[in-house]
Each structure stands twice: as C-alpha cells, then as structure tokens.
Ligand binder design. Structure first.
Ligand code: KIV
Length: 307
C-alpha cells in the first residue's frame, strides 16, 4: 500500500513481558534521561516503542484526537480502549494510562476501583493522576494495593477551570513553595516518578535535586530526570495552539494535507487508479477435453507392468 514501514505487530503485556517496569523507571533517578511521549494508537505505538522508555495514554487524547476544548470530557472507556491499542502495538516501553477527570478525585476507594479496572482490562503497567498534597493519600492507597502511580504536578490541565487557564506555575514565591511541597508529598506517598508541567525552569531544577524519584518535565527544565511531550505537538499534527515548550520535529499535518490534495486531484482528473492499481481479467486457461473410455483403457494397458 505504501513505502512507510509497517510497525511490527506486538503481543500485549503479560507478567513475563520484557517491558520496562515502573521500578525500572524509578531506578533511572539521576541516570540517563527517561524518554517519555504520549501515544494513543497501535500503529503509532509500533513506531515509537523502539525509541522511548515510557508511553503515556494521556488525556490530551480528548484534545488532539477528539477535538475537545479541554481534557475534561475524556471517559474511562476512551482511556481503556486507547490503552489496549497502545499495549497491542508496543513491546518494550512502560505503558501508563492517564486517569481521566472525575475517575479518581472523589475518594481513594473510587480511585482504586477505576485504576484497578484500567490495569485489569488493559494490562498496562501503571496509572498517572494529577495532584500534589491533595492526592497524596490516594497515591499511597493505590501504591499499597499494587497500583504504580506516576504523579503530575505544576500545571494541572484537569484543574484548568479552578486555576483560570493554562498558566505557568511557580512564578511567585508562594506558588514555587506550593509546587515544591506537592513534589515532596507525592514522592513520600510512593509515586514511582512525577511529571512536572509548565513551571519555571529553576523550580523544576531544584525539585529534581530535592526529591529521590525521577522528575519528568514538560515545559519545565532539561535538568529533569526525563522529558515527556505530546506526540501530535512535535509531529505537527495538532494545530489549535503550540505551547512555547514545543519543538517541531516534523510537519506531518502538512504532509497529510499535501498527500490527500494530490490524491483528490488525481481522482478528479481520472489519473487514479492507474494501470498498476487495477485488477486485470483472469487469462482464459485452455479447456481440458474429457478422455473417452477407449483412450483411458489404452493408457492403463500401457502403464501396466509387464511380466
Ligand atoms: O495528558 C497528557 O498528555 C499529559 C502529558 C502532557 C504529560 O498529561
């Protein structure tokens, strides 16, 4: 169909799989940077898996795939379906599902039920949830019951309505102290790593030095123990807005538009399908005449062994 390499089809995760585990990610504190990226589909997982340590089924899927204005409309079923797809398409990366808004905030028990469902139905390695001090009790509850948690502090997109927009955090002393306290709280609660989003650079750097779990930055600092990014942002597949912290590594949106434009023009001018893309009629085989009884007996006689 195309010259693009087909991503290898992979088996889902099992207890015996060779995937990186949350423990492996935690052990990378102060080592080589942990490479993380968002992913929502099996083919993309196949392309990304050889290059990264962690694939996150971020709730950004609501915005970059479903065209929502924020991440708040994402449901548990959407998260589960996309996580299953990423599990099928990957073999090595640690796969983490981002818990959608409303699925974990009410109580540790509610959080456990929702997270356990995600883990059981998808086979993923852990969950991510937004929140600092206010979520520490829930994080401890989940970790004690076998659910690895990636915490998320700083700019928390699920709190956009309370904070009043997507605002960089840590510009004031009070804000910086609050984010620092959040980092310490989630580390003490047992999170295996923490995403720090949209904070001033020196705050991310000082948090990285202050806690003993890996910090995964997005709009934070190169000093973090790892980085995460929304794939569609760096691939040029999401055009609504581009945050300052995004670097474009490809312009796939433009490539798609150009390719589909060419296809449309070929169809309109009847240049597609061409001779190579249509099926020829089957060549008629010479029909075999039925042998007469006389011919059959003659042949039998000829092949009979002589005494
Ligand atoms: O939902 C998401 O994609 C995220 C990343 C931006 C960290 O939370």
């Amino acid at each position: 169909m195309s010259t693009v390499p087909t991503p290898p089809r992979r088996s889902g995760g099992t207890a015996m799989s060779s995937r990186l585990s949350p423990r492996d990610i935690a052990a990378r504190k102060g080592q080589d940077p942990v490479v993380c990226i968002t992913c929502y589909s099996a083919p993309m997982a196949g392309f990304m898996d050889p290059h990264v340590d962690l694939l996150l089924i971020g709730d950004t899927l609501g915005m970059v795939l479903y065209g929502m204005d924020s991440t708040l409309g994402v449901t548990l079923d959407m998260t589960i379906n996309h996580t299953k797809a990423v599990m099928r398409g990957s073999a090595r990366a640690c796969v983490i599902a981002d818990m959608p808004f409303g699925s974990y905030q009410a109580s540790p028990q509610d959080a456990f039920r929702a997270c356990a469902r995600v883990m059981a139905e998808t086979g993923c390695s852990g969950v991510k949830l937004e929140g600092g001090i206010e979520m520490a009790e829930t994080i401890a509850y989940l970790v004690e019951r076998g659910i690895p948690v990636l915490a998320h502090i700083g700019l928390k997109p699920q709190s956009v309505n309370v904070v009043g927009g997507f605002r960089v955090q840590g510009r004031t002393r009070a804000q910086a102290r609050a984010v620092q306290a959040d980092a310490k709280a989630v580390a003490a609660a047992g999170a295996f790593a923490v995403v720090i989003e949209g904070v001033v650079e020196n705050l991310a750097r000082s948090i990285t030095q202050a806690i003993d779990i890996p910090t995964i930055g997005i709009g934070a600092s190169a000093a973090c123990d790892g980085q995460i990014i929304v794939a569609e942002d760096i691939l040029g597949l999401f055009g609504s807005f581009t945050p300052k912290f995004v670097k474009r590594y490809a312009e796939l949106g433009r490539a798609v538009s150009d390719a589909v434009g060419e296809y449309a023009s070929d169809v309109r001018r009847r240049r597609f399908p061409g001779p190579d893309h249509v099926y020829g009629s089957t060549k008629a085989k010479p029909s075999r005449r039925k042998k007469t009884t006389r011919e059959k007996t003659k042949r039998k006689k000829a092949t009979r062994p002589r005494r």
